[in-house]
Design a binder for this molecule. Structure first.
Ligand SMILES: Nc1ncnc2c1ncn2[C@@H]1O[C@H](COP(=O)(O)OP(=O)(O)OP(=O)(O)O)[C@@H](O)[C@H]1O
Length: 355
């Protein structure tokens, strides 16, 4: 039985998008009420409380400022961080995460904003350490210039992008039409990895976004070939960072951390979609994966709430998705789980189930 370290932090938030033209034209009325002060969301007679609540007026920029800084900090300090977007099709997951083609500056989502801030911080740190070496070329002088903080002497960034469809894992950076399902393996130290997954080196935010866009296109093409829509799979985009810092004593230390963005499969209930045959089997697999993920998030959130160092059993082994995310959630990691919902009464039953 694996018990998660007590220091992981999980926050759960909800974002309510504006009502769409389609919902209005179908006579949809706004029935979901958000209160960002007491962090509650109400629908009919039910009220739910979260760590963060974002109503339909909250811009992507404001959402980023609220959600991302602690995760970026943790990531740059060598810890893993994860943002997951969950919700029914059309609830705003892509809009929130940010791989929507042609986004304007205002509507840029979490991923491009995160990449910009991350590279800006890394280049800034690197410049500062170069400047301090130029000012005081001898090692002892350089240490004297900044005796406390280690300086960043180098970093490498790469990106990987995969999808989990049922119990299969596919590399979205593999252009072949007949992609093979990849295997999950565990190293001796317990680290879980995907055998053969490509990691593309990226030198700036634009290059990382190019990787995201290539993978998103491959995901759509593969979904069409397999006769389903891309929202039936979970997409996992990971930024891998390796940093070498030099201590005041001149010792180099290398740390690795991963920032993972997960766009989860649509949470549609099969009764509503009228799924049958293959679609029904596919829906059952998706629901099993989401249920397993829900149990893991609940266990980690309990642990965060208990905050007593008490070990809570986290059922990672219940699905491929949760096994895959085990390292992202473990250690001193930071996770923000963001549920996206429609405000309209025409989607009320899906929204209740998401909430
Ligand atoms: N907060 C928001 N503000 C303005 N428009 C939004 C917002 N959230 C979503 N939208 C719009 O709603 C539509 C559906 O959003 P989106 O494509 O992000 O949903 P999704 O959950 O990713 O759907 P799918 O699971 O099918 O990919 C899009 O046209 C998007 O631009």
């Amino acid at each position: 039985m694996a018990a998660a370290p007590s220091s992981s932090q999980v926050r759960v938030g909800v974002r309510i998008r504006p009502i769409t033209c389609k919902e209005s034209s179908e006579g949809g009325k706004q029935v979901v009420e958000a209160n960002s002060f007491d962090r509650t969301v109400s629908l009919s007679k039910r009220k739910f409380t979260y760590d963060s609540v974002f109503d339909s007026n909250v811009s992507n920029e404001d959402l980023y400022s609220s959600v991302a800084p602690p995760l970026l900090d943790a990531f740059l300090n060598g810890y893993n961080a994860t943002i997951l977007a969950y919700g029914q099709t059309g609830s705003g997951k892509t809009y929130t995460m940010g791989s929507e083609a042609g986004s304007s500056n205002d509507t840029l989502g979490l991923i491009p904003r995160f990449l910009d801030a991350m590279f800006a911080s890394l280049f800034d740190q690197k410049n500062k350490s170069v400047q301090s070496v130029l000012k005081s070329p001898s090692k002892s002088d350089s240490a004297d210039a900044n005796p406390q903080s280690p300086s960043l002497v180098g970093f490498k960034v790469s990106a990987s992008f995969l999808e989990v469809y049922g119990e299969d894992i596919f590399d979205l950076l593999d252009d072949n039409d007949d992609r093979e399902s990849l295997k999950l393996r565990e190293k001796e130290d317990g680290e879980v990895f995907v055998v053969g997954l490509r990691k593309t080196p990226v030198v700036n935010a634009a290059a990382a976004m190019e990787v995201l866009n290539t993978g998103t296109m491959n995901r759509t093409t593969a979904a069409t070939l397999m006769n389903h829509t891309s929202s039936r799979s979970h997409a996992v985009f990971t930024i891998h960072l390796q940093q070498t810092t030099r201590t005041a004593e001149g010792v180099d230390i290398t740390t690795s951390s991963n920032m993972t963005f997960v766009d989860l499969a649509g949470s549609e209930r099969m009764k509503k979609t009228g799924a049958e045959g293959e679609r029904m089997k596919e829906g059952i697999k998706i629901n099993e994966g989401l249920l397993a993920l829900g149990n893991v998030i609940n266990a980690l959130a309990d642990e965060t709430r208990l905050n007593s160092g008490e070990k809570v059993y986290v059922p990672y082994r219940a699905s491929k998705l949760t096994r895959l995310l085990q390292d992202a959630f473990g250690g001193n990691s930071q996770t923000h789980f963001l549920a996206c919902v429609s405000p309209s009464d025409t989607n009320a039953s899906e929204t209740i189930s998401t909430l």
